[in-house]
Design a protein around this ligand. Structure first.
Ligand code: AMP
Length: 249
């Protein structure tokens, strides 16, 4: 079974992002970039399926600038076999990304596609679902457990107040939730080996996909600064302030 995993290059989750002075977006100058954490979980799940003998090949794909090769190399060091970069320096909306992923799916013919449930930069939570609609594949989103058996994949999904298990016919799309697994770290020998693994660079044009955006970001603003808090000396003082200052009780 071939698995395709989509990985996105995003601002590292430890970075405190700054909004650009002209409010046009987030300042990416000299900021540490990493693989989106939910995509790390997607790569880990694919590697575990390969280790179990369920998967025979793992192809990782990223859509983004030349520098996204770094995240693809990380995925290769974690156990992926091959990488594809669809190079674009444009800001692409989810539908454009999903169309490009659909073109890669058509080319690679994977039986399983694993994506993160959400990219932590734009918090869209829609690429996997859009890819599901474009391909017509069954989809299991917010996966906390994935089990392939024969031509089916059983996906336990995190839903409000519990879990739901769905059986999907392959080919299928899975998006990962936080509790699916704990990703491993790449070892130094594997980082060295990853440098020699194949990494193909394609363009949207070569895939025959137009990426004209239907969404324009008008303004990005930082959250309003909070005023400093105070320490109260007693419960009585707290109650008095909640009643007379905050007027919430
Ligand atoms: P989103 O819908 O943007 O929140 O992203 C959900 C998932 O879609 C991510 O975790 C990735 O697996 C995939 N994805 C989104 N954008 C890209 C991209 N530019 N390149 C590769 N995968 C992406």
């Amino acid at each position: 079974m071939k698995i395709l995993v989509a990985v996105k290059r995003v601002v590292d989750y430890n970075v405190k992002v700054r909004v650009k002075a002209d409010n046009s977006g987030v300042d990416l100058a000299n900021v540490k970039m990493s693989m989106n954490p939910f995509c790390e979980i997607a790569v880990e799940e694919a590697v575990r399926l390969k280790e179990k003998g369920v998967a025979s090949e793992i192809v990782v794909v990223s859509i983004g600038p030349t520098a996204a090769q770094e995240q693809l190399r990380t995925a290769l060091a974690l156990g992926a076999d091959r990488a594809v970069l669809v190079e674009s320096s444009e800001e692409l909306n989810s539908l454009a990304v999903a169309k490009l992923l659909k073109a890669v799916v058509d080319k690679e013919q994977p039986q399983l596609v694993i994506l993160g449930k959400q990219a932590i930069d734009s918090d869209n939570n829609q690429t996997g679902q859009m890819l599901g609609a474009l391909t017509g594949f069954a989809q299991g989103t917010f996966a906390s457990k994935v089990e392939v058996s024969g031509d089916k994949v059983n996906v336990e999904r995190e839903i409000d107040g519990g879990a739901q298990t769905v059986a999907l016919s392959l080919p299928a799309i899975v998006t990962t939730d936080l509790r699916l697994n704990e990703p491993r770290y790449a070892s130094l020998p594997n980082i060295m080996k990853a440098k020699k693994k194949p990494l193909e660079v394609l363009t949207p044009d070569a895939l025959g996909v137009t990426t004209t955006s239907t969404v324009k970001t008008l303004k990005v603003e930082a959250p309003a600064a909070r005023s400093a808090g105070i320490k109260v000396k007693s419960v009585a003082e707290l109650v008095e302030k909640l009643k007379n200052e905050a007027k919430v009780i």
